[in-house]
Design a protein around this ligand. Sequence first.
Ligand code: GDP
Ligand code: ZN
Length: 291
Amino acid sequence: MKGKFKKNFKLKKEKLFKTDICVIGDYVDFEVIDEHAGVIHSIDKRENYISRKALKIKGSSYRGERLEQIVAANIDNLFVVSSVARPLFNNKTIDRFLVIGESSYIRTFIIINKTDLDDENLIDEWAEIYKSIGYKVIKSSIITGTGMQELKKLFHGKKNLLWGQSGVGKSSILNKIYAELDLNIGEISNYTEKGKHTTVTSIMIETELGTFIIDTPGVREIAPFGIRKEDLGHYFIEFPDHSKNCRFNTCIHSHEPGCAVIDAVENGKISAERYDSYLRILETIEQDILF
Ligand code: GDP
Ligand code: ZN
């Protein structure tokens, strides 16, 4: 990249740099230098992008404030990938990813993988919660092949981002659907050992003509960036139907009298688990550094 990009993003006082000047999915003008190199001259305006709070980097954060890390741009579909077990299904994590998808105005799907490990169909109850509020939920297994054809159809002709905790099976699903791919698969048995082979940087692959998949490195911790407390409720897609009836239009649905969201939870119209996720995210919203 030309040096001018970096200069533009320098924050004089704090000596911080925006970490993601150009990201996967960006459209750029570039000049070919030789077979192996080129120079990016300009980056097109992004239609949308997905971001998270950057992990704390030494010297880059103060007073608990955190930078934004852009994961990918110009995405059609976000697939939030989870698994029944290994790692154990975690609805709170899913809800964090969903908030990021909704706040980025990107079509968001939920994959629940490793259904072969769910002998008693315990996951159906969760799937129903998400289906009932309007999400498409795809149950999948690379062992039984469940869900593979459906996913292939959903991916077709789109730019898709697969995102989720490490070990849920993102790379395995892609390898299963597209036989010619050969992505590294993490060994779950060596889960805690260092040096295992997994996706370390995001990569975008054209799997079929016009179909793109972005495989992201597994994440351990995820937090939405740049969301204000008063806006969080918009990104829990079942809330607005109720919150329009809250007594105060500044209601953040945590303790206010006349809160229609709290009423809906008490009447079983909003899942108590989803509401609990909401409260947890609400608590962790900090001041973000906005550029
Ligand atoms: P990623 O980090 O999300 O890309 O996960 P990987 O694709 O590396 O998979 C992590 C581990 O889960 C590997 O040992 C896979 O063989 C295993 N795995 C992936 N999908 C399934 C599945 O559907 N069922 C079972 N039982 N194991 C799976
Ligand atoms: Zn309310």
